[in-house]
Design a protein around this ligand. Structure first.
Ligand SMILES: Cc1ncc(COP(=O)(O)O)c(C=O)c1O
Length: 365
């Protein structure tokens, strides 16, 4: 309904979402799926995302307690809080709202709990972000012995470069096996073990690792193009703008802030109704490529402004004011989010998460 009142909007294709989660299930096999829906499902809208993927998800992963509290009423599935917590948040935790614990101070604090609490322990096997070290297992064991109500529901680690460095990734996985073995020897039992993000799902893993944590593949992007042979994903988000102005200009006409582009011949220049204020990266100034639906691909010329940017349509016949322009998503392989991200020197995750509030999401089945 509001679509007509907006000059740019994002179509969220729920069929594509369904396709992707089915494909993920196929790869996951009998492993549990911890669907990562942090940052409002990577900018796609967490409520609708949960609606579609709930039957396939065993747990959800979010960044913090605030995200979990907002979303938990929409599903019966447990939440895993990946990004740590402060003491004043502990009162919110329960069996279905589990923090990931990665340091002794936090474990010590939680060990004094009076109510039953489920937690996951995170180990750093090479990510270099958060996580206990192997050598801390002894201290973990000591703390857990003092606690009656704390249950270790799961153990995890995170991969640093599963899509790009197999040797390093295998080392990380092997370190995780050693940790699991040591935990078991120390009498620390748990139900779930997980290390795989989307790219990590394509490594052979022992059965002891019984869960996976896909994120980006749910939303239809490939961690690397080499996985295209293995899984068929469809972009869920298509970000569109419209042509709001067309002008014919002479050779040597400067376009946009800083006059970073000058026409090299008489040209037809169109203005598109979105800018970095909507989430179209400024970094695509003089680098981007957009798809005018049904008509052709046009290069971005000049600097991307907050609410608009310009494209050269000299070589595309019959372009009109009001024409729909795909900035990324479905429509043409050149505007697949992974391609657009590459041109912008970033990753599709960042494109999705930076889509701004003022871009209306239109859900389509
Ligand atoms: C701890 C953790 N697990 C899983 C994921 C999902 O990763 P991906 O989106 O690459 O599948 C993330 C994403 O950043 C994460 O931080």
């Amino acid at each position: 309904m509001f679509r007509d009142l907006r000059h740019s909007y994002a179509i969220i294709d729920l069929k594509a979402l369904e396709n992707n989660i089915n494909e993920i299930k196929r790869i996951a096999g009998k492993r549990k799926i911890i669907s990562i829906i942090k940052d409002n499902a990577y900018g796609h809208g967490a409520l609708k995302t949960i609606e579609i993927i709930d039957n396939f998800s065993d747990l959800y992963g979010v960044a913090n307690i605030k995200e979990a509290l907002r979303l938990r009423r929409y599903t019966d599935k447990p939440f895993l809080i990946l990004g740590g917590f402060f003491p004043n948040e502990v009162k919110h935790f329960d069996n279905n709202l589990m923090p990931v614990v990665y340091d002794l101070e936090s474990l010590n604090m939680l060990s004094k709990t009076e109510k039953p609490l489920n937690i996951h322990l995170e180990f750093d096997t090479g990510m270099g972000r958060t996580g206990f070290s192997f050598d801390e297992i002894y201290s973990i064991e000591k703390i857990l012995k003092t606690s009656k109500k704390l249950k270790i529901k799961g153990v995890m680690a995170h991969l640093a470069c599963a899509e790009s460095d197999e040797t390093y990734t295998k080392k990380q996985i092997n370190r995780f096996y050693s940790i699991i073995e040591k935990l078991k020897k120390s009498g620390i039992n748990f139900d779930d073990a997980h290390i795989s993000n989307s790219a990590g799902m394509f490594y052979e893993l022992d059965d002891v690792i019984n869960a996976v944590r896909p994120g980006i593949m749910i939303y239809g992007s490939y961690p690397s193009s080499k996985y295209k042979k293995l899984i068929n994903l469809k972009p869920v988000m298509t970000f569109k703008g419209q042509i709001i102005y067309i002008k014919s200009v002479e050779k040597n006409t400067p376009i946009s802030y800083g006059c970073t582009f000058k026409t090299t011949k008489k040209s037809l220049i169109a203005t598109v109704s979105a800018g970095y204020g909507d989430g179209y990266p400024r970094n695509l100034s003089n680098k981007g490529l957009v798809y005018i639906e049904g008509k052709g691909l046009a290069p971005v010329v000049g600097t991307v402004c907050m609410d608009m940017f310009m494209i050269d349509i000299t070589n595309i016949p019959n372009v009109n004011r009001g024409d729909s322009v795909v900035l990324w998503g479905e429509g043409h392989e050149e505007v697949h989010p992974d391609r657009v991200a590459k041109r912008a020197d970033t990753i599709s995750y960042e494109l999705f998460c930076h889509l701004s509030e003022r871009v209306k999401k239109v859900y389509k089945r």
